[in-house]
Design a protein around this ligand. Structure first.
Ligand SMILES: [Cu+2]
Length: 140
């Protein structure tokens, strides 16, 4: 009985989350030219903007790639996913700190506004190797 109640509560909770996600995606996902914003298609995402999209995968305890080279003044979009638990994508030199939750793609717009080598790190404690979870962005 007790198990049954908590299971149905879980189902209702999941249903509510799915509905909220669907509403969120429908409201925010439409590009200006009203193409179908298919998540897996990079080309459909920003067909007109000249913005490079860079996929980053986070997992315990690394980022892939862990070195990203950009040109000065390049405008890019990081598309970050987690393969396991919640991680963070923190680029302190540019004031970026974004949670990366598993099961969805998190977009971070980035303007390479100055030259240098900058560290990005995981900002959500994710296990024993968390402090070694880092990478660099090289802007030249
Ligand atoms: Cu971490």
């Amino acid at each position: 009985m007790k198990l049954r109640i908590s299971f149905s509560t879980l189902l209702i909770g999941l249903f509510v989350i799915i509905v909220l996600l669907a509403i969120f995606i429908l409201r925010s996902g439409k590009p200006a030219n009203e193409r179908n914003p298919e998540i897996s298609s990079v080309a459909a995402r920003s067909p007109r903007e000249n913005i490079r999209e860079i996929q980053i995968r986070a997992k315990q305890f690394s980022f892939s790639p862990n070195q990203i080279k950009l040109k000065l003044n390049e405008q890019v979009k990081f598309l970050i996913t987690s393969e396991d638990v919640t991680h963070g994508f923190s680029l302190p030199d540019f004031g970026i700190d974004q949670a990366i939750e598993p099961g969805k793609e998190t977009m971070v717009d980035f303007h390479a506004s100055r030259k240098g080598t900058f560290s990005f790190v995981c900002s959500v404690t994710c296990g024993t190797g968390h402090s070694g979870m880092r990478g660099t962005i090289i802007i030249e």
